[in-house]
Design a protein around this ligand. Structure first.
Ligand code: NAD
Ligand code: DAU
Length: 352
């Protein structure tokens, strides 16, 4: 059995679906179902005997310890987090609570479980910590991409809490020998991403006839990774990643935000033209910049490519087209997740 935390969120749900589709062993998914968690994401495996959902918080150490023991867990894949930079700017406390305290409690439970395993199982146990390229800070236009040895320079409350969690994970390996592996990956996109993040937000707003908000000058660069490729990287890390090592995971697809939005508008113009025949580009609106906005992220994924043989299969051109098609085909899913508290967030964040 493997324990996935945050498996009802965007990447976690994609991972659980992908893992079981590849014949992986049974999964228990522990998720607190915050605004970002959605059990509909796991609808394709409802009724699959290899899957079990537990509604709970990673900070609940008793619950986690019981789960680890009862389910004879041999690996933890830790996705659960508060993940949205803009929300961390409005209210950082939940980020400290889940990303720092939550990861700490999970590590404590994992350490107790691992220490009690028979010696033969201890060596095979893994704690895979899913982290982000944002811990490395911001790059200049000509800087080389982030490698695993870049210094940590987190610039947002979100990035700072993820950096703290990475340090805790590292410390548990160095001090206690817990077999951890950390992955730091770039911006994911694909099915089931909550429409507060750039790509699904733009698709949703475009179809709804709303403005497509671009922060600042729109020239900030992100390295876009199709979520299916990320899932494949995690499977590979779980299989062959070396305890104590860090692996950067990226899509080799650097794009400026404004170019991403133009690409989305072009695909939508083709697949779902506006009723008035004009381009969705007319909805592009430049808005106030994000405070402390990092200018550029880029991942050097040489290490995972050369040591574990992982490379992204999707280009941005192929992945973004698949993604737009998925959103067009799943408007019911979008309608469900954009009701209720989503509207409050949009009203508050984009008010000015
Ligand atoms: P998400 O916000 O879509 O999902 C997070 C999930 O964690 C939700 O299901 C939520 O209910 C759950 N959760 C939150 N707090 C919890 C708690 N205290 N206990 C149990 N469950 C809790 O996030 P995502 O985009 O899928 O990101 C997953 C992980 O990958 C995060 O750790 C994030 O930092 C990391 N990451 C994300 C990206 C990206 O582009 N989305 C890139 C790099 C790294
Ligand atoms: O780099 C990895 C990170 O990618 C992850 O660790 C985070 O969990 C994930 O949310 C993502 O962070 P970003 O801040 O890069 O993603 P977001 O989709 O929020 O924004 C992408 C870029 O688009 C960023 O430069 C901000 C900009 N943006 C975003 C929104 C929501 C806009 O211009 N307008 C918007 O309305």
């Amino acid at each position: 059995m493997i324990l996935v935390t945050g498996g009802a969120g965007f990447i976690g749900a994609n991972f659980v679906l992908d893992w079981l589709a590849h014949g992986g062993e049974p999964v228990v998914n522990l998720d607190a179902l915050t605004y970002a968690g959605n059990l509909q994401n796991l609808q394709p495996i409802a009724g699959d005997g290899r899957y079990r959902f537990v509604h709970g918080d990673i900070r609940d150490r008793d619950l986690v310890e019981r789960l680890l023991a009862d389910q004879a867990v041999r690996a933890i894949v830790h996705f659960a987090a508060e993940s949205h930079v803009d929300r961390s700017i409005h209210g950082p406390e939940d980020f400290v609570a889940t990303n720092v305290v939550g990861t700490f409690r999970l590590l404590e439970a994992a350490r107790a479980h691992w220490a009690a395993l028979p010696a033969a199982d201890r060596g095979a146990f893994r704690f895979v910590h899913i982290s982000t390229d944002e811990v490395y800070g911001s790059l200049g236009p000509a800087d080389p991409a982030f490698t695993e040895t870049n210094p940590y320079q987190p610039n947002s409350p979100y990035a700072a809490t993820k950096a703290a969690s990475d340090h805790l994970v590292r410390g548990y390996h160095h001090t206690y020998g817990l077999p951890v592996v950390t992955t730091n990956c770039s911006n994911n996109y694909g099915p089931y991403q909550f429409p507060e993040k750039l790509i699904p937000l733009v698709i949703h707003n475009a179809l709804a006839g709303k403005p497509l908000p671009i922060y600042g000058d729109g020239r900030q660069v992100r390295d876009w990774l199709y979520v299916g490729d990320h899932c494949a990287a995690i499977r590979r890390v779980l299989e062959a990643g070396v305890p104590g090592e860090v692996y950067n995971v990226g899509g080799a697809s650097e794009m400026a935000n404004i170019d991403v939005v133009h690409t989305l508008c072009g695909i939508l113009d083709e697949l779902q033209p506006r009723a008035d025949g004009r381009s969705y580009r007319e909805q592009i609106t430049f808005v106030k910049d994000r405070p402390g906005h990092d200018r550029r992220y880029a991942i050097d994924a040489t290490k995972i490519a050369t040591t574990l043989g992982w490379r992204p299969a999707e280009t941005f051109a192929s992945g973004i087209r698949r993604t737009v098609r998925w959103y067009l085909d799943h408007q019911d899913w979008v309608a469900d997740v954009t009701s209720g508290s989503y509207r409050d967030w949009m009203a508050k964040h984009y008010a000015s």
